[in-house]
Design a protein around this ligand. Structure first.
Ligand SMILES: [Mn+2]
Length: 383
């Protein structure tokens, strides 16, 4: 049986104040064409459908369109809530929608949702575990639950999982393998402290674990425990990621084949660096690339008037502008240079020191002459 595994759609997300809805629409259409050619029997969405617990109207509308297509193309669609979703809102209509093959596990009700499918190799169980915190799980069990690991462990060990039959788990947690963490990104909102991790060894009875939460596509421990990753880059820490969708085919017990199909965005999100004129030249030559979401770092030593405005004329979707030059690198404080002898120094000396501290270079002869004239004009200050 063939499945498509995606996660972390974050529909409605804004990146550096840019609305990504057009990019999201584009990538969801690309997912639909992958589904049309791969023809999976089931689609798995492993949490963080929306970016906010109260998604905007346009976000809900886009997901509704996507879902309608999914249900028409695949026999089964499985969705769990992630830490960004509202469990209750995501569950809306879930009992009615089951009839259409759409299974939504938004709210955790004490155990995993189990759906049993069948093919020529026998039964295949799909377990849905929405994002849970220890406090939520504690309400249902007597066992001591202190950590996320305890919480997930209690849920799984209270379930009778058939070792002879095939099992898929869908979950949205921060999964580590023997203390090794997945590669993370800035757009994930994971709480600090490392107490929220769940160890991959808890998943030993599952033939495939479809994870959401971490935005870089990757396996955790073994090949069959995977983060699908977000379909789009949602921060510049992901600029070098290759986003993909995971296609898995499960035949007889123990036979799982995993394929990654690359996803190509409407606009890429990337970093560029160099002198401003060079960046402008490159942007003018590369018409398509210039509409990407850009983090530009300018390396010119001279002050540039309205650098952002100039770049924006060529790169309309520039998100961040930084400077990397002597000035931005050094920050010697003016006080350190002259705190003791400040009174014995002339205004010109002080200005020269101040200028050097700010700009990490000395005033030129010509600039000194200008300053001298200005100080004179300022009213008889002795130089
Ligand atoms: Mn996420």
């Amino acid at each position: 049986m063939k499945f498509l595994h995606i996660a972390d759609l974050h529909i409605g997300k804004r990146v550096n104040e840019f609305n990504m809805i057009e990019d999201q629409k584009y990538i969801l259409e690309q997912l639909i064409s992958v589904i049309e050619s791969e023809k999976p029997k089931g689609i798995i969405i492993a949490g963080d459908v929306y970016d906010k617990s109260q998604p905007s109207g346009e976000a809900v509308e886009l997901f509704d369109d996507f879902l309608t297509k999914l249900v028409s193309l695949a026999e089964f669609v499985f969705i769990i809530s992630g830490n960004h979703d509202s469990p209750e809102r995501l569950s809306f209509g879930s009992r009615i929608l089951k009839k259409s093959g759409l299974y939504i596990a938004g709210v955790f009700d004490g155990k995993m949702n189990k759906i049993t499918l069948k093919d020529e190799y026998g039964p295949l169980h799909v377990y849905l575990l929405p994002f849970v915190k220890p406090a939520v799980v504690r309400a249902y069990y007597d066992e001591e639950i202190e950590s996320y690991n305890d919480a997930v462990n209690v849920i799984i060990s209270n379930e009778k999982i058939s070792m002879d039959e095939r099992n898929i788990l869908v979950a949205h947690q921060f999964v580590t393998s023997g203390g090794v963490s997945p590669e993370r990104s800035d757009s994930e909102n994971i709480s600090l402290g490392g107490l929220d991790n769940v160890d991959a060894s808890l998943f030993r009875n599952f033939d495939y674990v479809a994870l959401g939460h971490i935005h870089r596509p990757q396996k955790i421990g073994r090949d069959e425990i995977r983060y699908a990753g977000s379909p789009l880059k949602y921060s510049f820490s992901e600029a070098r990621h290759h986003k993909s969708v995971t296609v898995l085919e499960i035949k007889e017990k123990g036979n799982v084949k995993i394929d990654l199909i690359p996803l190509l965005p409407l606009r890429d999100l990337r970093e560029i660096k160099g002198p401003i004129n060079e960046l402008i030249k490159i942007g003018k030559e590369d018409y398509k690339g210039s509409t990407d979401y850009i983090h530009a770092t300018i390396t010119d030593e001279d002050e540039i008037y309205d650098a952002l405005g100039k770049l924006r004329q060529v790169y309309p979707n520039i998100m961040i502008l930084d400077f990397d030059n002597k000035r931005s690198r050094s920050n010697i404080s003016f006080e350190e240079l002259s705190s003791e002898k400040i009174e014995s120094k002339s205004p010109l000396d002080l200005f020269e020191e101040f200028y050097e501290a700010q700009n990490n270079k000395k005033l030129s002869e010509e600039e000194i002459k200008i300053i001298e004239r200005l100080l004179e004009k300022a009213g008889g200050i002795e130089i």
